[in-house]
Design a binder for this molecule. Structure first.
Ligand SMILES: Nc1nc2c(ncn2[C@@H]2O[C@H](COP(=O)(O)OP(=O)(O)OP(=O)(O)O)[C@@H](O)[C@H]2O)c(=O)[nH]1
Ligand SMILES: [Mg+2]
Length: 673
């Protein structure tokens, strides 16, 4: 039974793929006593990564949520996937944490893969700490690591521990705030020892450096340091807590999730230094009693579950919740434990719960006070990879739409759109693996087989020359005939003008009421030009024509217009146009030469590159790239940048495409048709 004064804290685990976040979640659960036995991601026995997709891939494919008690306080951990394919889906959940632990590798080059995560947290103002994991594999000093991390962080990186090196390995640490030394022991809590005499000088220096860093935000401490006075331990702790909670510093801890080293130390720090929920509420702009939806799941047998964090007052089972669309639902609450849900009668402020029978979406606010609340604004980066999908069996079309609706609800980084021009259903996400797990889920959960291909590129055609063309539609079938006759001037229009129509008919050569039909006919013919694509940037002027008092009709004039255009286009020297996207690529500067070379091979046109503002060591490359070349570019970009490269993109303009490439595209289009 919990006392009312106990607090709940929500901590996110973020950082590069494979750094050991899910292993750390397991270690935290085990160290707290919530698990009797420690599982292993590699053996498929961990609490996290329990979905079939995550198990099969041996990496997190969605967030893992687990709650537990530690020394009378409650902690909820949100373990986020590190891979760029899956991390965007975790952003809405991460926005609501009290603190994020960035898990990194001890090797500086690998640790720097955490730069995007660190900078995102700084930008969002989320309090953070670094956990240098896999310390069991570290060799030698860690100064280079701390230096590298400091190089990419705007706030001071404060080493809280001094590693104790024995035979080139990290055997333990000195806690610089406590001034106590500990040695790691496999499978057991660390043992306290006297600070080894040969370490005293280093310890003194490291501690002084830490105090110097803290004195930047504390004038009294600065004065003490200048006067060579030794500050009280309580004051140092108070500074550490305040500075971490305000996001002014990023403390660094060391350990090994796999060996259980330094995990208890981290737990204690999280318990003391993680701010309570009002900080996150302020950041999200929340007031009053409401629950923020971290994520939605259709995975379990329980139907739809909304995982939410309660802000404001305690939430009781059965209380009426107001959704953003003014619908109401009674709260049906389950507490989130280690790998399981447990029916609960209430939820304390700050805690995370699963809500059944509530049709909520990720990022939404559910109000307990009856107010309708708008979801807090969230930035989304543009999708980077897309596939057109269709059911292998047409009979499954309806089931496929329903399943995709559920999957896009569950994964907020996935978007689904229907392309009206090509009639394609296009699934957009953050990479090949991202869309692949979506297809895996379609197959496994819903028994749906789909076919995929790259979405059709929006080629168009236009004309180089003009012509005056006659279109004459005449049919004599039995009684009533059909007659329409037009003379049309066809000529190239301005780029981007699409289709423009005008008329210079005098004396009613084409009766007024049929002129719109002529225009429609001309347009009809533009849908499929001589090369098989839609024709754009064409101007047409209806000059003359003739009609028949009985046989002329709307349909006949439309047919005449169609005829004039489709015959005329052929002699106007049609040429192919391809869509060109504008890209802004962000990546580490060291990879810029390789990226520009790769872009050249994709007929990209570099507009320029410069250092990315506020991103030390990164470049921003601006370029044009044909849409057809861009569709799998993210895969190559990641290959060149250790997975770090990203881009923002949007359609920019249409450009002429000639030569062999154009011939091939036209040939392929004719085969399809
Ligand atoms: N030697 C050593 N290996 C570790 C340690 N922690 C994790 N590993 C191993 O590193 C690999 C990746 O661990 P995960 O916990 O899945 O890493 P993650 O950060 O959750 O990875 P993603 O979810 O894909 O981002 C596994 O094989 C772990 O056994 C550690 O402290 N020491
Ligand atoms: Mg993981």
């Amino acid at each position: 039974v919990r006392a009312a004064s106990e607090s709940v804290r929500v901590v996110g685990l973020v950082g590069p793929a494979g750094a050991g976040k899910t292993t750390l979640l397991e270690a935290l659960l085990f160290a707290s006593g919530a698990l009797a036995r420690r599982g292993d991601v590699a053996l498929g026995t961990s609490v996290g990564d329990s979905s079939p997709e995550a198990r099969r891939r041996g990496q997190s494919t969605e967030i893992n949520l687990a709650g537990f008690d530690f020394l009378g306080d409650r902690l909820v951990i949100i373990d986020c996937p590190g891979s760029a394919d899956f991390s965007a889906a975790a952003d809405p959940a991460l926005a609501a944490v009290d603190l994020a632990v960035v898990v990194v590798d001890p090797q500086p080059e690998k640790a720097l893969l955490a730069q995007p995560a660190l900078q995102a947290l700084e930008r969002l103002g989320i309090p953070r700490a670094v956990f240098v994991n896999k310390i069991d594999q570290a060799r030698g000093q860690l100064d280079a690591l701390i230096g590298a991390l400091q190089g990419v962080s705007a706030t001071p990186m404060v080493a809280r521990q001094l590693p104790l090196i024995e035979d080139g390995r990290v055997a333990g640490f000195v806690d610089l705030a406590l001034e106590r030394a500990f040695v790691y022991r496999a499978g057991e809590p660390s043992r306290q020892i006297d600070i080894p005499p040969e370490t005293l000088a280093d310890e003194d220096q490291a501690r002084f450096h830490m105090l110097e860093q803290l004195s930047e935000f504390d004038d009294a401490l600065l004065e003490q340091l200048l006067n060579d006075a030794s500050p009280a331990r309580d004051e140092v702790f108070a500074d550490l807590v305040a500075d971490v909670q305000q996001g002014k510093i990023t403390p660094i801890f060391f350990g090994s999730a796999h060996e259980g080293f330094g995990v208890r130390r981290l737990l204690k720090a999280l318990r003391h230094e993680t701010p309570e929920w009002p900080g996150a509420a302020r950041r999200l702009g929340l007031e009053g009693d409401c629950a923020y939806v971290l994520g939605v799941s259709h995975a379990a047998q329980m139907g739809k579950l909304a995982f939410a964090r309660q802000f404001g007052a305690e939430l009781r089972e059965g209380v009426e919740l107001t959704l953003p669309n003014r619908m109401r639902a009674r709260a049906s609450i389950s507490a989130v434990e280690a790998g399981a849900l447990r029916k609960a009668s209430s939820c304390r402020p700050g805690d995370v719960i699963a809500l059944a029978k509530t049709d909520a979406m990720t990022g939404q606010l559910l109000s307990a006070d009856g107010r309708v609340r708008e979801a807090p604004a969230q930035v989304r980066t543009s999708p980077l990879y897309a596939l057109a999908i269709e059911a292998r069996d047409r009979k499954d079309d309806v089931r496929l739409s329903a399943a995709l609706a559920k999957l896009t609800e569950e994964d907020s980084s996935l978007t689904l759109r229907r392309d009206p021009a090509t009639q394609e259903t296009v699934l957009e996400g953050y990479g090949e693996a991202h869309l692949q797990i979506t297809l895996d889920r379609l197959r496994r959960r819903y028994g749906l087989e789909v076919a995929t291909r790259f979405p059709a590129t929006g080629y168009r055609e236009s004309i180089r020359k003009g012509v005056v063309q006659r279109g004459r539609h005449k049919k004599q079938t039995g009684g009533h005939g059909q007659f329409g006759d037009v003379l049309v001037e066809i000529k190239p229009g301005a780029r981007g003008s699409g289709f423009t129509f005008s008329q210079r008919i005098s004396g009613g050569a084409v009766p007024k009421q049929w002129i719109p039909a002529v225009e429609q006919g001309l347009k009809d013919a533009l849908e499929h030009g001589p090369m098989g694509f839609a024709v754009v940037d064409v101007e047409a002027v209806l000059i003359d024509g003739s009609s028949h008092s009985v046989d002329s009709s709307e349909a006949a004039f439309r047919a005449a217009g169609r005829l004039a255009m489709s015959e005329g286009l052929r002699v106007c020297e049609p040429y192919l146009l391809e869509p060109i996207d504008r890209l802004v690529i962000s990546a580490p500067s060291s990879s810029t030469p390789r990226i520009t070379a790769a872009m050249a091979a994709r007929r990209g046109q570099i507009l320029g590159f410069e250092p990315k503002p506020l991103w030390p060591g990164w470049d921003e490359i601006r370029a044009y790239m044909p849409e057809g070349e861009r569709r799998d570019f993210i895969l190559e970009l990641r290959g060149l940048t250790q997975g770090l490269g990203v881009f923002e993109t949007a359609f920019d303009h249409m450009a002429e495409l000639g030569g062999r490439l154009a011939d091939e595209i036209v040939k392929r289009q004719k085969q399809v048709a």
